[in-house]
Design a protein around this ligand. Structure first.
Ligand code: A3P
Length: 323
């Protein structure tokens, strides 16, 4: 539905008619608003977030590109922030009975769709939200809040694995196996940056620069680093969110418990994630696949890898961000 334009107001239609247009690899229209590509309905939701969403300083916003590690970051953050609440009754932990996406709603994909302004007071504090908007766009909302800034955590994943994950996601979503031609078209679109929330490098750079400018409120994490040194990264996340693990917690294995609860193997095998459908209407199981670093090697030719690496390298040059 987000590819359509049935939720778009007259005002936004006028705006869209002035934006640079292009098409995604399937032929759906995308429009470039302030450096980022959106489908019409997504742009409407993004504009509504900018207009109405005003986070409180205690709120937490998780940001990512689709397939960049969103589900894992949602699980880890929810588990870290709420760990005391379920310490005595781990069997009642919400992650065992709800999909991570239903515990941490998307701003522009769930809460601000359908031209409505949601009542956020029903969410317990601290509220955890997520978004795929890039930082400059998100800041239009967050910097207009009357409260002091809320914490923003970004998770970034290497472009080749993000792309390949996105390819599988589309196939799983539509319960189909798209052709090799479609794979190549999608790859070309990725390299041109013409995809929803793209270009990849603009997205990543917006949060990278933001995290350098405002270390206290913006944390930049890497999917590969969480895989490599999960304990270190989860402790860093907790510290950033002002709820560091105490010595006693560390000694009693609290960090390991969270990692186990949020592991791909655990979440994927829960009934709720095997069968259910998330509130945004997507089958729960499609969010869980391999979760490996370097799976792209099984799908991209060396030439494709070289092409995309060169593009990313040239775009990130001088930023200090390296993969
Ligand atoms: P793969 O397709 O490479 O397996 P997102 O959550 O942003 O949609 O990204 C989905 C990717 O994250 C998928 O990657 C998925 O398998 C992986 N993933 C989902 N849950 C995870 C978890 N708990 N731990 C590690 N990776 C996870």
């Amino acid at each position: 539905n987000y590819m359509k334009d049935d939720k778009v107001s007259q005002e936004t239609k006028i705006l869209i008619s002035s934006l640079p247009p292009d098409k995604d690899f399937m032929g759906y229209g995308l429009y470039n608003y302030k450096g980022c590509w959106y489908y019409p309905n997504t742009l409407q939701a993004v504009l509504d977030v900018q207009k109405h969403f005003r986070p409180r300083s205690t709120d937490i916003i998780l940001a990512s590109l689709p397939k960049g590690g969103t589900t894992w970051l949602k699980s880890l953050t929810f588990a870290v922030v709420n760990r005391e609440k379920y310490r005595k009754n781990p069997q009642l932990h919400p992650l065992l009975s709800q999909n991570p996406h239903d515990l941490v709603p998307f701003l522009e994909i769930e809460l601000y769709t359908s031209n409505q302004t949601p009542d956020l007071s029903k969410f317990p504090s601290p509220m955890i939200f997520s978004t795929h908007m890039h930082l400059n766009t998100l800041h239009e909302a967050t910097t207009k809040s009357s409260s002091s800034p809320c914490k923003i955590v970004y998770v970034c994943r290497g472009i080749k694995d993000t792309f390949v994950s996105g390819w599988h996601y589309r196939n799983m979503l539509h319960r189909t196996k798209m052709s090799q031609d479609a794979f190549e078209l999608m790859f070309d679109a990725y390299c041109r940056g013409v995809l929803l929330y793209g270009p990849y490098w603009e997205h990543v750079l917006s949060y990278w620069k933001g995290s350098l400018e405002d270390k206290e409120n913006i944390l930049f994490m890497k999917y590969e680093e969480i895989i490599e040194e999960p304990k270190v990264q989860v402790k860093k996340l907790a510290e950033f969110l002002n709820c560091p693990f105490t010595k006693e917690e560390e000694e009693s294995g609290s960090v390991e418990e969270i990692l186990k609860l949020c592991s791909l193997g655990n979440l994927r095998n829960l009934e709720i994630n095997k069968k259910g459908t998330t509130r945004i209407g997507i089958d729960s199981n499609v969010f869980f696949r391999k979760g490996e670093v370097g799976d792209w090697k099984n799908y991209l030719t060396p030439q494709m890898a070289k092409t995309v690496d060169e593009i990313v390298e040239s775009r990130l040059r001088g930023s200090g961000l390296i993969f």
